[in-house]
Design a protein around this ligand. Structure first.
Ligand SMILES: [Zn+2]
Length: 199
C-alpha cells in the first residue's frame, strides 16, 4: 500500500452485523429508510462527541477539515453521509473521482481521487460508512496527504467482515453472541499498548 501516506488512524465505531448492517445499506437506499438515518446519525454524533479527545490526539491537534469518500458509482446529489452529520462546522475537502478505475475495485489506487485544494498543515477527519478493504477511504486519505495534510484520521460506522475469510467466522459468531455495544469504548483508548495505527 502507501505507507505513511494513507490514514494515520482508522477508527471503526462498530462491526457491521445484525441491525447495524441493515441500517448501513438502508440509510442510503432509494428511498432511504429514515429510521436507519436517525439511528446512524445518533450513533455517529454521540461517538464523535464521546471520543473527540481521542480522535483529536490521534490527529495531533484539532481537526481543520473533513472529507467524505466521493461516490465511484456516479451517484448524484448530496452524499448520503450528509444525511447523518454535516461536518460540525469544519470545511469539507472537495474531492473528485478518476473514472479510469473500476468503480467497484477493492484495491488501493494512488490516483483514484483528486484533491486540488492545498491542505498544507491541515488535519482531516474522513467519515465513511463501511470499511471492507479500505481501498476507497485509503485512496482518498492518500490524495489528501498528497495535497499537504499533516494528518488524516478515518472514522467508519461499520467494519465489514467477510464471513468467507479465514478466522472471520469465529469473530462474527462471537460478536453475534455478545449483544452488547458500548459507545464509551473506542479502538483508540481501549488498547493497553496505545492507539492502533492503520496498516
Ligand atoms: Zn476513544
Amino acid at each position: 500500500m502507501a505507507g505513511d501516506s494513507v490514514a494515520d488512524f482508522v477508527v471503526p465505531i462498530a462491526y457491521k452485523i445484525n441491525q447495524h448492517s441493515h441500517n448501513l445499506w438502508s440509510y442510503k437506499a432509494d428511498p432511504p429508510v429514515v429510521q436507519a438515518q436517525v439511528s446512524l446519525s445518533a450513533l455517529l454524533r454521540v461517538f464523535l462527541r464521546t471520543h473527540y479527545q481521542c480522535l483529536r490526539a490521534a490527529a495531533g491537534g484539532r481537526f481543520t477539515t473533513w472529507a467524505l469518500v466521493p461516490s465511484t458509482k456516479g451517484r448524484r446529489g448530496a452524499h448520503p453521509i450528509e444525511s447523518l452529520w454535516n461536518g460540525g462546522g469544519l470545511s469539507r475537502v472537495p474531492a473528485t473521482v478518476n473514472p479510469r478505475h473500476d468503480p467497484s475495485s477493492r484495491d488501493f489506487h494512488a490516483d483514484w481521487f483528486r484533491v486540488d485544494s492545498p491542505l498544507s498543515g491541515h488535519r482531516t477527519l474522513i467519515i465513511d460508512d463501511t470499511w471492507t478493504t479500505g481501498s476507497r477511504a485509503q485512496s482518498l486519505a492518500y490524495a489528501i496527504k498528497q495535497a499537504g495534510a499533516a494528518s488524516v484520521v478515518t472514522v467508519v460506522l461499520g467494519r465489514h467482515l467477510n464471513p468467507e475469510t479465514r478466522n472471520n467466522e469465529d469473530i462474527i459468531n462471537r460478536l453475534r453472541a455478545q449483544r452488547q455495544f458500548r459507545i464509551e469504548r473506542c479502538v483508540l483508548d481501549e488498547t493497553s499498548s496505545g492507539p492502533s495505527r492503520s496498516p
